[in-house]
Ligand binder design. Structure first.
Ligand code: KG4
Ligand code: ZN
Length: 367
């Protein structure tokens, strides 16, 4: 892609707004003309306590909570960065995929600020923001192979360039974060489920329960986690009532099955993309999204990367889960290319990164 003549030569300061799920977040990042990034501020307010009693995120409560605090979060991000609105180069807001109410709050706020200041508006795909975060944190630039594992998505992507993504695989049922969250719920662990399962697994025996390794050995690199979650339920029912040790062993066994299944799928994807990276100077493998914060999974993925001659990259833990810095960075990358959006650009609850991806056989509506 040819850089935009105006923006590519300047240092860019971009405000990022994230409201697609249950985190209200704002950040300011700087991108220098060589493409290196720096976080000037990054404030995140989680709504976990508001949703906890319902056992999951309630969309209307999330949207209202964003409305209540977003202006203060933006003020805090600007203050911490010691930047006035007038000094910004652009304003970026997550505009999908996600919960429509929250997206409307964030995108409308971003557009209002863009209109009031005359700055460019950038409508950011939340998945693209996860996918590009390693450019900000590790200076890794496309092309690379990427595993995106969040609460709503589980995908293997070939990131060709900013704005150009080839989806190699997706889940045919539950997303990996969703599988962690549902497993936590059925074992009586608190929200957010992923970290709770990881914590409990530390005390558990991963070999006690023989759980399936979904899709392992299959020739298409897709994922499936619904069967694994059901297997955990059956295993739990067999030993109920559950002691703390039973819960820990179930979590450790679940996490071990997840690691085996995911590494099998990633190994296949590495074989598939190797020809596409034949001319590249390096072969980066990037993992991002909330579940990339899981240390057992990270360790397992480091191993596959080594086996297949890829370098392993993942954002630091706090930038794996949703945040404003990743939105601001995706905004800065797009702004450098002149990819500005109009103030009537829509929010999109569904927004695939690769619009040409073929539907996976057997996949549900989320794929
Ligand atoms: O990317 P993210 O913050 O939000 C979405 O875009 O979905 O991902 C949230 C998901 C949740 O399902 C959460 O349980 C999971 O990431 N997660 C984890 C861990 N930390 C967050 N899953 C496993 N282990 C973790 N340490
Ligand atoms: Zn996310």
């Amino acid at each position: 892609m040819t850089p935009h003549p105006d923006f590519a030569r300047e240092s860019l300061l971009v405000l990022g707004i994230e409201t697609s799920c249950d985190e209200t977040a704002a950040a300011v990042v700087e991108r220098d003309p060589k493409g290196s990034g720096r976080i000037l501020s990054n404030v995140v307010l989680s709504q976990f306590d508001k949703h906890a009693i319902y056992g999951g995120v309630v969309p209307e409560i999330a949207a209202r909570a964003h409305t209540e605090c977003l202006d203060q979060m933006i003020r805090a991000a600007l203050d911490e960065a010691q930047i006035g609105l007038g000094e910004l180069s652009g304003i970026a807001a997550a505009s999908g995929p996600g919960l429509i109410g929250g997206l409307i709050v964030g995108a409308t706020t971003g557009k209002a600020l863009a209109l009031a200041t005359g700055k460019p508006f950038l409508a950011i795909n939340h998945l693209e923001a996860h996918a590009l975060t390693v450019g900000l944190t590790d200076g890794v630039r496309p092309p690379y192979l990427m595993l995106l594992v969040s609460g709503g998505h589980t995908q293997l992507l070939f990131v060709e360039d900013v704005g150009h993504y080839r989806r190699l695989a997706t889940t045919i049922d539950d997303a990996l974060g969703e599988a962690f969250d549902k497993t936590a719920k059925l074992l009586g662990l608190p929200m957010p489920g992923g970290p709770a399962v990881e914590q409990a697994a530390l005390r558990g025996d991963p070999g006690r329960f023989n759980l399936p390794r979904p899709m392992a050995g299959r020739e298409d690199p897709h994922f499936s986690f619904a069967g694994l979650k059901t297997a955990v339920r059956h295993a739990a029912a067999r030993v109920a009532p559950l002691s703390d040790q039973d819960v820990a062993d179930l979590c450790a066994s679940f996490q071990a099955a997840v690691c085996d299944s995911v590494t099998d799928r990633v190994a296949l994807a590495m074989r598939l993309v190797s020809p596409l990276l034949a001319d590249a100077r390096s072969r980066p493998f990037v993992v991002a999204g909330g579940v990339a914060a899981n240390k057992a999974l990270r360790t397992a993925l480091v191993g596959v990367a080594e086996d297949f001659g890829f370098s392993f990259h993942a954002p630091p833990l706090e930038l794996c889960t949703d945040n404003g810095a990743m939105i601001a960075w995706a905004g800065a990358e797009r702004l450098a290319l002149g990819l500005v959006d109009s103030l009537d650009s829509p929010v999109k609850p569904r927004w695939p990164l690769d619009p040409n991806a073929v539907r996976a056989a057997g996949a549900g509506v989320k794929a």
